[in-house]
Ligand binder design. Structure first.
Ligand code: SF4
Length: 123
């Protein structure tokens, strides 16, 4: 089984299925993950983490993500799974929920628009 890009340390509620479900054609994207040796435990919340500490930790994790060469792949992975916990691709779990909600709304709007378009006449 593939190893996740970053290993949770001192985690509260991190699911066991942390390995990405897909690989890119050129190899697993997480092989290039900057956070592979996250010894500071930046990416997942320890239990009962105070809000100020969480915000500071998440910002630190996002700074790591900002210099990661696979940020886009990581983010899409976390959105597609979806990954319910931790910082992935520079987004917190709450931020990913917002992105997913926007995508769902956009899909609904596109479907509605497609349903109301006049059917093109052949020939
Ligand atoms: S974008 Fe962030 S969470 Fe994703 S692999 Fe890179 S450093 Fe890790």
């Amino acid at each position: 089984m593939l190893q996740p890009p970053h290993q949770p340390l001192q985690v509260a509620a991190v699911p066991s299925q942390r390995a990405p479900a897909r690989e890119d054609e050129g190899g697993p994207w997480h092989a290039e993950a900057v956070c592979r040796r996250d010894e500071a435990g930046l990416f997942f919340a320890p239990s009962k983490e105070p809000t100020a500490a969480r915000l500071a930790r998440e910002e630190a994790a996002k700074r790591v993500c900002a210099r990661c060469p696979v940020m886009v792949e990581c983010r899409e992975h976390a959105l597609l799974q979806p990954e319910p916990y931790g910082v992935w691709g520079g987004l917190t779990a709450a931020e990913r929920r917002v992105v997913l909600a926007r995508r769902r709304r956009r899909e609904v709007e596109l479907r509605k628009a497609a349903a109301t378009e006049p059917i093109a006449q052949a020939g």
